[in-house]
Write a protein that binds this ligand. Structure first.
Ligand SMILES: Nc1ncnc2c1ncn2[C@@H]1O[C@H](COP(=O)(O)OP(=O)(O)OP(=O)(O)O)[C@@H](O)[C@H]1O
Length: 643
């Protein structure tokens, strides 16, 4: 595996402070409990050792505090520690829950604030997302746990070393000294683990992709038809083995380092014990003091061992936490021309008056890729219907994505009423646009939810949902599903019987005219729609935005039967009236009514005009139109009559 150089965790203290602040903000009571139990656990070992020494000295008839006091201290320390441990365990679990909620909310707010698509297509960004997700679940707890363990260990070691100093300064120094190499080694190992997590993330991400693929309903048809199960399983195992190989190498280093350090510690403990026994044997101490020495050895070794392993974990957690903090930070402006943050705050997009336009737009997805758009100039004015046609790969969908501000042009600008999109608040632009993408989403949710995602203000407004569905020609079909609009459009999930789903208000088997529920609820199991039915649902989603200034339809009827297609396009013409429309279609019969037809070829606009003008011009459009029309002609029909 190629080793990628990883930056040293920058801003160690700032990350540490952010993790602690996050913990306290998310779970303040748990934080208090953890601090209190840490302090108690830090001083408990010396109290136990002192009480044991006192008991032994008393029993050996040496002077010392009364026996009842020493036994009382022993019992109290034991009781307090037992309660503190339970309390600490509970508060840790509560902190886990609260921190997870807090970080998931912050993480997905950060992810949602990113307006473009380019970042999501970057594999490095995908890896960061995965690591940030991982860090958000455990890093703050690990970091705070390590900080508190430092405090606890410092208390335990400090009090023991002070106590041992009175007995023998040599032994007092010997015991903690043995732990120092372990400390440094563990910090280095933790960093290595963090680096390995970064290195293996692409492999694990691919492994998860294969796992998802092999259990995906949509992929199942091809996997079974082409017998791909073994092929994907082998690829998944190959990536898993690759990731395991890296982790195995780190684990072997840990085994070597930890084993050697364990031996070193055992040797130092034996030497300290030997010295202590020798001193007492030669009359320089009491048997009770031996209890302090053995308690100190055990206490200090234990504290340092847990400190050492936690510091290793903290060093790894800090590296991963950096990815989390990067993602929750407001995103930087995406690359590309246009104004920067210094040009002032983004403005709200107003109603479309002048039009939406591409001005001299050149675009490629990556500097290493070929140009997809080469100097495109196109304006879509209010009330105007524009159709975009061209061969596969001509750049039609790319143009739509630029209009929506999903990518920034590499050169030139995309404007709304003459203002560069980069200077506008993108969500406010998008609220004014309804769109059906060629690769629209099918959500594993209820029929009602699947339409409502087009405008969440209609989530509980059944008449609006049904109206949009009716215009997309699917209202009757959805109302007739087992649970009406509440039916899940998926077989993967069943409706939560206790929950009142959005669609729960929707009538069953067509419901009443007002959409009120009728009869007993259905089984709660979902149904699958056909491709054409899904396309209508996606169309209903776009039509739900009935106040949209611009309606973009990228192949909205490719899966529809001819009757439905005709019906839908007639409905769309009515719906579009007064607003701007951009229609992309390979079926040229559906674009012939457009006010303007734009032909895109090799990323350039090569022809523009209405159907009659383009046919008269007898260029690319006319050739494509005739070619398509020919397919519908009887052999003795004149082809030209199609125009
Ligand atoms: N996200 C992407 N990253 C890299 N290249 C892309 C991406 N999306 C599209 N392309 C490339 O851009 C070119 C134009 O694609 P686009 O989807 O815009 O074509 P189109 O005209 O809509 O084609 P079709 O008629 O097949 O839908 C293609 O060569 C395609 O490979």
């Amino acid at each position: 595996m190629r080793r990628r150089t990883t930056e040293q965790p920058s801003g160690f203290w700032s990350l540490l402070l952010r993790a602690c602040a996050l913990y306290v903000r998310a779970a303040p009571v748990s934080a208090l409990v953890r601090v209190a139990t840490t302090l108690l656990s830090g001083v408990a070992p010396i109290a136990t050792a002192w009480a044991t020494k006192s008991v032994l000295d008393r029993l050996g008839r040496h002077a010392g505090p009364p026996l009842w006091l020493a036994v009382g201290v022993l019992a109290t320390v034991g009781g307090v520690l037992a309660v503190a441990q339970e309390l600490s365990r509970y508060s840790d679990r509560e902190a886990d829950r609260r921190i997870t909620l807090h970080t998931q909310s912050a993480l997905f707010t950060g992810i949602g604030a990113r307006q473009g698509l380019a970042e999501l297509e970057d594999p490095g960004h995908q890896d960061r997302l995965r690591l940030a997700q991982q860090a958000s679940q455990s890093s703050p707890q690990l970091i705070v746990g390590a900080v508190l363990t430092v405090v606890q260990s410092a208390l335990t070691v400090g009090t023991f070393v002070t106590a041992l100093c009175a007995f023998s300064p040599r032994i007092a120094l010997l015991v903690p000294a043995a732990a120092l190499p372990a400390l440094f080694a563990q910090i280095r190992l933790g960093r290595r683990r963090g680096e390995m997590a970064e290195l293996t993330t692409p492999l694990l991400r691919r492994q998860v992709f294969y796992v998802t693929l092999m259990t995906d309903l949509r992929a199942a048809k091809e996997i079974r038809l082409y017998g791909l199960g073994g092929f994907f399983r082998d690829r998944m195992l190959r990536d898993l083995c690759g990731a395991q190989e890296g982790n195995r190498a780190v684990d072997r280093t840990v085994l070597r380092v930890d084993g050697s350090l364990g031996l070193l510690s055992a040797g130092v403990s034996a030497a300290a014990l030997f010295l202590a026994v020798h001193r007492i044997d030669s009359g320089h101490g009491s048997v009770g003091e031996l209890a302090v020495v053995t308690g100190a050895l055990a206490g200090v070794q234990l504290s340092i061992a847990s400190l050492v392993s936690l510091l290793g974990g903290m060093s790894q957690a800090l590296m991963l936490f950096r990815h989390y903090t990067d993602l929750v930070r407001p995103p930087a402006a995406p690359p590309g021309p246009g104004p920067t943050a210094d040009d002032g705050p983004a403005g709200e997009a107003g109603p479309l008056v002048e039009g939406a336009a591409l001005r001299g737009v050149w675009f490629r997805y990556h500097p290493d890729h070929d140009w997809v758009l080469r100097g495109v100039d196109l304006t879509i004015r209010p009330g105007e219907s524009v159709a975009l046609v061209g061969l596969n790969g001509a750049g039609k969908s790319t143009l739509v994505k630029l209009l929506l501000g999903l990518y920034r042009p590499t050169r030139g600008s995309v404007t709304w009423n003459g203002t560069d999109l980069a200077r506008l608040d993108l969500p406010s632009v998008r609220r004014r646009i309804g769109a059906v993408f060629q690769d629209f989403m099918t959500y594993d949710m209820s029929a009602a939810d699947n339409i409502a995602v087009g405008d969440l203000s209609a989530l509980h407004d059944l008449p609006r949902l049904r109206d949009a569905a009716a215009r997309a020609g699917i209202d009757g079909g959805l109302a007739a599903l087992p649970d009406g609009y509440a039916t899940y459009l998926s077989r993967m999930h069943v409706r939560n019987p206790g929950a009142r789903a959005t669609g729960g208000r929707v009538g069953r088997r067509g419901g009443g005219p007002d959409g009120a529920p009728k009869g007993a609820p259905g089984s709660g199991t979902g149904v699958l729609l056909s491709g054409g039915q899904w396309q209508r649902v996606a169309l209903a989603r776009a039509l739900l935005r009935d106040d949209a200034d611009l309606l973009i339809l990228d192949e909205p009827s490719s899966g529809l039967d001819p009757v439905a297609e005709r019906e839908i396009h007639r409905g769309l013409r009515d719906h579009r009236r007064g607003r701007a429309g951009l229609l992309i279609s390979h079926r040229l019969s559906t674009v012939r009514d457009a006010d303007r037809i734009v032909v895109l070829e090799g990323g350039r606009i090569v022809e523009e005009g209405d159907h009659a003008a383009l046919m008269a011009r007898d260029g690319r459009y006319a050739a494509l139109f005739r070619l398509q029309a020919e397919g519908y002609q009887l052999s003795d029909d004149p082809v030209g009559s199609a125009s």
